[in-house]
Design a protein around this ligand. Structure first.
Ligand code: SF4
Ligand code: SF4
Length: 140
């Protein structure tokens, strides 16, 4: 995936976690090009939007994202090939909130159906990474 050809980043976050988390660390990681955003070119400014999955089982992702992709194309001629979805680390990895999303495969299925490029992870917390490596967090 050539990230220099992308213009719009959609950060998909866990609806349950977002009841407590403002998502600042995800935003900071994009701004600083760290964690899951490290491969993004620093010289480029990306539009970005955070959405949640809408709650288990994540089915609302389909409606929200389909609506967004339609609006982007209709209003700004930003086609879906210029969009990338970044799955937040609270969905993809075991962290202090919980193990990874139990519906991750289903979410990936939805995203595949929308024919939009997807990448894993946003912020990579150092302590959580140590706990994953040492087996304290075992769920991915
Ligand atoms: S990855 Fe972290 S900062 Fe981002 S939404 Fe999940 S818990 Fe919040
Ligand atoms: S489907 Fe996954 S990401 Fe969405 S609320 Fe449930 S656990 Fe969180």
């Amino acid at each position: 995936m050539d990230l220099s050809q992308k213009d719009y980043v959609v950060i998909l976050q866990c609806d349950i976690v977002k009841q407590r988390c403002p998502g600042y660390a995800c935003e900071k990681a994009l701004h600083e090009r760290t964690g899951g955003f490290a491969p993004y070119p620093t010289e480029k400014t990306y539009r970005s939007l955070n959405i949640t999955c809408g709650g288990c089982c994540g089915q609302a992702t389909q409606r929200k994202l389909a609506s967004l992709l339609k609006k982007l194309e209709k209003q700004e001629a930003i086609t879906s090939d210029r969009v990338v979805v970044q799955l937040s680390s609270c969905i993809t990895r075991h962290n202090h909130h919980s193990p990874p999303c139990p519906h991750l495969d289903y979410l990936r299925q939805i995203l595949a159906g929308l024919k939009v490029d997807v990448r894993d992870d946003t912020v990579i917390n150092k302590l959580s990474e140590e706990r994953r490596k040492s087996g304290v967090y075992s769920g991915g």
